[in-house]
Ligand binder design. Structure first.
Ligand code: TTP
Ligand code: CA
Ligand code: CA
Length: 601
């Protein structure tokens, strides 16, 4: 590919998604006017209800007034707030289908994903053009921008498509259009498969970049797909309001309208990058200059998971939070919800969030004030997250509070389950040349003590410079998850690993040496079995009676298990100890944040 604009990018967006999920669960709702409400506000509207004038973001009663026959489904509630798990899982089903065909896919929201199908198109180009030539496929749901009107009129669609296809197949030089035609065939197949496997319809936009694919997708819905070629952009942009384009829906779009009098995208073409730089920074001005010409270089970043996970709640009218007790209660609920989802995400995606973003809104003289603060996130403990959020909000707000959102982001990969055990195993293997290896490759208790001592010594003997550097970045070094440390330069990672291992194991080591029992665990009782007269020892951990000859092996197992646990718990324990000694929390937060900021640049 010579230029990024030679890419073939597709956006798949599910039709009235929450409604489809609900009517799949309750088939009698299918084909009828339906809305899904959360806290009495309509969030999703079926196309049957749209035809009767029902729109989103109105109150359920209003929807009922507009359409007395409407079915209203309230979305599930958990932790006192709406729970989107069911919809998220349904979105994941669709992702699983797409994943079978396209590696370069980015899940963009609960019901949409971008696909870069450039390679897929290349591999199917010749055969698909033959299929199209032989009219073996009708591309039954495909619209081409510029070759039909804005309505979903079938006769117009079909006539326009055939006209376009004829040009494409006759003109062997229009490579871009031929590849878009091939893409349309592939996307018709993908959408069919989604319908067959998940029972959901979706719409799609097919073009050369994310912004154009997104724009095209919204032009014909539901259960349709739209091709947008570069040659049609100037004409299309004469009618596309600025705020309908990806990334222009918010503040930037507003500034364009207010400062530059840009109503539609074609208006933006009038401005040079220099002129745009009077209001926007260089990067934004350049992006705006390009997007006015349909150019958007943003890549589809292979990512099947969302960038952030958040638990939020609005507190409308009388529900507004007016005291610290109420704040504490809700922050606890939201933290509980967030942690549940983070744990699930950890299990599903082997990744861990490193940043907590606390956003909130409160009213001052009837005006809404919004604030947002981020800090490092070293634990998935509900109480700790709730405490941090409470600290941040209570220090910065006024009552009444009308919105709270706890978001987790900046994910890093973590070791898959079992890696921790592996880690000890590796240590055991390392030592095996020096001492006798444990029966199952795991180090025996004595070896572990040795390792702990050796590593502790290493920490003491290291020149200390890296440790100082590390503590500068992470004053709560013991609180930091291994996966967060993986973001650091290798020498700091090594130092941190040594430090943390040394800390954890030195505790174990003390037990081992002083306990008089090679396992370092308490035994509760011992007895002599009358049958075979072999000694049985009561395990202090699981209370089982273990034959003496198996006891050491049994203890190895518990030790590894306990170390894993204490590794996690030490994050919590050491936090409490360190809190008393450390520099003010805000400084720490800022340092960690700026460090991650640097890494991201
Ligand atoms: P959308 O894709 O914006 O809308 P939709 O799928 O309902 O309808 P369309 O056919 O026009 O694409 O949103 C996807 C789902 O996300 C939607 O069904 C409900 C939910 N949603 C919210 O929870 N909050 C919101 O503010 C919006 C806009 C949507
Ligand atoms: Ca949708
Ligand atoms: Ca969507």
């Amino acid at each position: 590919m010579s230029s990024p604009e030679d890419r073939i990018i597709v956006l798949i967006d599910m039709d009235c998604f929450f409604c489809q999920v609900e009517s799949r669960d309750q088939p009698h709702l299918k084909g009828h006017p339906l809305v899904v409400s959360q806290n009495n506000v309509v969030l999703a509207v079926s196309y049957e209800a749209r035809a009767l004038g029902v729109t989103r973001f109105i109150r359920s009663e209003e929807a009922k007034k507009k359409c007395p026959s409407i079915n209203i489904v309230n979305s599930p509630i958990s932790h006192g707030k709406s729970d989107n798990t069911k919809y998220r899982m349904a979105g994941q089903e669709v992702i699983q289908v797409l994943k079978q065909h396209c590696e370069t896919m980015e899940r963009a929201s609960i019901d949409e994903a971008y696909l870069d199908i450039t390679k897929l198109v290349e591999s199917r180009l010749e055969s698909s053009l033959n299929t199209l030539r032989d009219q073996k496929t009708s591309l039954a749901n495909t619209f081409v921008v510029g070759y039909s009107g804005v309505s979903n009129d079938e006769a117009e669609r079909s006539e326009g498509l055939q006209r376009w296809l004829k040009q494409v197949l006759d003109d062997i030089h229009d490579d871009q259009a031929r590849r878009l035609a091939t893409a349309a065939m592939i996307v018709e197949e993908l959408r069919k498969e989604i319908l067959e496997k998940c029972s959901f319809t979706c719409s799609a936009g097919i073009s050369h970049n994310k912004a154009l694919a997104k724009l095209a997708c919204g032009l014909h819905k539901p259960n349709k797909q739209t091709i947008l070629t570069t040659s049609e952009i100037p004409e299309l942009f004469k009618s596309i309001p600025v705020n309908k384009v990806r990334n222009l829906g918010g503040k930037i779009g507003k500034q364009l309208m207010e400062n530059f009098d840009c109503r539609v995208m074609a208006d933006l073409m009038r401005f040079s990058q220099q002129e745009l730089m009077k209001t926007f920074d260089e990067k934004t001005a350049k992006w705006l200059f390009n997007i006015a010409r349909g150019i958007d270089h943003e890549l589809v970043t292979p990512r099947l998971t969302c960038k952030s996970i958040a638990a939020s709640k609005n507190f409308f009218g009388k529900a507004a939070i007016t005291d610290l007790e109420g704040l504490k209660e809700w922050v606890g609920e939201l933290a509980g919800d967030l942690v549940e989802r983070l744990q699930q995400d950890l299990e599903d995606n082997q990744r861990r969030a490193t940043t907590l973003t606390v956003s909130f809104q409160y009213l001052v003289e009837k005006k809404t004030v919004s604030q947002s603060k981020s800090c490092g996130m070293g634990t998935y403990k509900r109480e700790r997250i709730a405490e941090t959020a409470f600290d941040i909000i209570s220090r910065n707000m006024q009552m009444p509070i009308v919105l709270i959102s706890l978001g987790a982001n900046k994910f890093v990969e973590v070791q898959k389950t079992g890696r921790f055990m592996e880690y000890f195993k590796r240590d055991g293997e390392k030592k095996s040349s020096e001492t006798e290896e444990g029966e199952r490759g795991r180090p025996r208790v004595e070896e572990m003590s040795g390792i702990a001592l050796k590593e502790k010594k290493d920490v003491l003997e290291s020149d200390g410079a890296n440790l100082v550097k590390l503590k500068e970045i992470f004053p709560d070094l013991e609180d930091i998850d291994q996966s967060v440390l993986q973001l650091l330069p290798i020498e700091l990672q090594n130092e941190a690993t040594l430090y943390m291992k040394g800390k954890d194991k030195s505790e174990e080591c003390k037990n081992t040496i002083s306990g008089g029992n090679s396992s370092g665990m308490k035994t509760v009782r011992s007895e002599v079995s009358s049958g075979n007269r072999s000694l049985k020892i009561g395990c202090g951990e699981c209370r089982e009676m273990i034959p003496g000859d198996k006891y050491s092996e049994h203890c190895d197992f518990h030790i590894a298990q306990n170390l894993q646990e204490s590794f996690n718990q030490s994050l919590e324990y050491s936090r409490t100890r360190i809190r008393d000694r450390r520099s003010p929390r805000r400084n720490k937060t800022r340092r960690i944040e700026s460090y991650f900021g640097k890494l991201e640049d």
